[in-house]
Design a protein. Structure first.
Length: 263
């Protein structure tokens, strides 16, 4: 099942460049084609053929060090580079934000993308850039399950997920930067969240302990990796599997097909 919300493209995300200021939002990745090259004035009466400016090359930047997101984006046919912010992103959320997991997830995705956007703009880039940030949350009965802090925390999470259905929400924030030259810049972003439902088998304490010994739990929301040995804990998935893994790449490309034109 899927739920999607698009943010106002002219709004700046919290902590992102130009927050609170007017931002020129572009409606499609082809925005760079609107940049017109300056030409010499034609002689009076002479006919000057109109030429379309060459489109700006698109560079896609994945603002995540997750090898799973990198693989999903590559498998979707999107050429990209990986770039992490030099300063780790603050992922703390206020209680009112945590009360709405989908919105909380979107907020974190925007922060992650926005941090890389800030650093990119400081370099006075020229060209067209699409910066992608993402965040994944496991949610059961309104409670958000993050990455386990230790073995005991992981065991507690898996016990609560055992024999029950929970949500996995992945939010994606895509920022578009159009910079025909160092003096011209326009920017906008769109954010959406996708949700899948995962049902766990009923697990014994021995099965939980055996899975935790495999060591793949500790950097995963909800303490399991469905693309790894964690698949043996799951009885069914309703929705997109790539959302559960960490990036709804298929939906992302459907919403922004020009990503496939990246160089």
């Amino acid at each position: 099942m899927s739920e999607e919300t698009f943010e106002n493209e002219a709004a700046a995300a919290e902590g992102a460049p130009g927050a609170g200021e007017a931002v020129a939002a572009e409606s499609a990745l082809g925005a760079g084609e609107a940049a017109a090259a300056e030409g010499a004035a034609a002689a009076e009466g002479a006919e000057t053929p109109e030429t379309e400016p060459a489109p700006l090359p698109l560079t896609v930047v994945l603002a995540s060090g997750s090898p799973r997101r990198h693989r999903l984006l590559s498998e979707a046919g999107v050429k990209h580079v990986v770039r992490l912010p030099q300063v780790p992103v603050d992922e703390t959320l206020e209680p009112d934000q945590l009360a709405d997991p989908a919105e909380a997830c979107k907020k974190l995705a925007e922060r992650k993308a926005g941090a890389v956007v800030q650093e990119l703009l400081a370099e006075n880039p020229v060209g067209m850039f699409a910066v992608i940030g993402a965040d994944t949350m496991v949610v059961k009965d309104g409670q958000i399950f993050g990455k386990p802090a230790n073995l005991s925390d992981g065991k507690h999470m898996l016990r609560q997920l055992s024999g029950a259905t929970h949500s996995v929400i992945t939010a994606v924030s895509l920022w578009l930067i159009s910079a025909p030259d160092a003096e011209k810049l326009s920017m906008g972003f769109r954010t959406f969240a996708d949700e899948s439902l995962v049902t766990f088998k009923s697990l014994t304490d021995d099965e939980i302990a055996d899975y935790l010994r495999k060591g793949e739990s500790f950097d995963k929301a909800g303490a399991y990796a469905i693309q790894g040995e964690g698949r043996h804990l799951v009885s069914s998935v309703q929705g997109a599997m790539d959302t559960v893994i960490g990036l709804p790449a298929k939906k992302l490309v459907e919403q922004f097909p020009d990503l496939l034109q990246a160089k």
